[in-house]
Design a protein around this ligand. Sequence first.
Ligand SMILES: [Zn+2]
Length: 387
Amino acid sequence: MKLSCIYRISPTNIIDHVDSNFAEFASEAGASTLAEGVIGKPFTTFIAGSELRSYFYQVFMSARCNRKVQQIPFRCDSPDMAREMLLEIVPREDRSLQIKTYLVKEWSTPHNVLLEAPSARTRARSKQESLLLCSICLRVFNANFHSWEDIQQFAARCQFFSKEGTQVPRLQRTVCEICEALGSGCQYLITESDGYPSSKDLLVFLHGAGQGTWLMRMQVPPRVIYDFDARFPRFTLVSPISTGRQWNLDDIESIIKDMVDNHGYSPNRIVLAGISVGGTAVLELVARNAFPYLGYSVVGAVPKISDAKALSNCPSIIYHGKDDQVVSYKLVESMVSAIKLQGGLSEFVPLSWGHDCWHQVYDASQKTSFWTWYRKLLEEARDSNQS
Ligand SMILES: [Zn+2]
């Protein structure tokens, strides 16, 4: 196994050191990047696509949280050469990370048109359907078998090893569930939807206990609604995933700090939303007051009456099922009264359901839906900025 290059990223994911092999490695990987152009820039600047960025957030966060060396196998093939690589992430005391890449094995292959630069592929003017390709392991999703297949095998089977003028499908980059699981010896995963260039609004959504699996990730309410309905306000969603039953508030705050420091989100435009234990974490985050939150929304959360003053600092909408057997309805009701007594703008929405009433909360067709409240909040914030 041959060491390819070493670089280091700061606790806020800024590249602060690269070794002399970096330029060579970057050009092998198809990027024309010089070391001087890299130092001082956020690592995510060099990652294309929100899925891959999310993946690296997850891996880095996990290395820092778990404080152990993490090894991730990946592929770095070019049209005529296959390369098995290994990424080794070493967390350090100060939360910076040393990242080493190794070349494990390389071998030459017949010319694989799937791996040509996108411009060459565009010229082929393919009318075929697009293919899902994992950016980490370079496996292609085989829709017939619902499984992932090595890109070289796939090319051989479907005759993409060849000559001029081969019609090539469009490749849609993603991260497969196997790589995602490998990268997540981890507690946190961020699913960052692409925001609109004009939007500085960040919605941080924390799910409830047991909703942290890969499959659930696609069913978490804001994700679904955000992706499929254009009527909703423009915002970027950060939806970390926890496989545990609790949220680590320091980690959530460091995620938010990274979005503000490195990705241009305004610290004044952050809204927190959460379900059950995620809702409880939201209340705790608001009470810690690390950011001037624009507002917050919780469903089925456990309130702490002693936090009422801190919780009255920004507008909120608090949902609770009247038949909730997990968290006392009465307790939440008195919490909302306490917030109002402190002068807080808090809306209380009792629902005729139990603890899992969040389906109703995120159902946009409901009059008291979270989305109605969120849209109003964003519009008011925009109006007050303009006046
Ligand atoms: Zn993969």
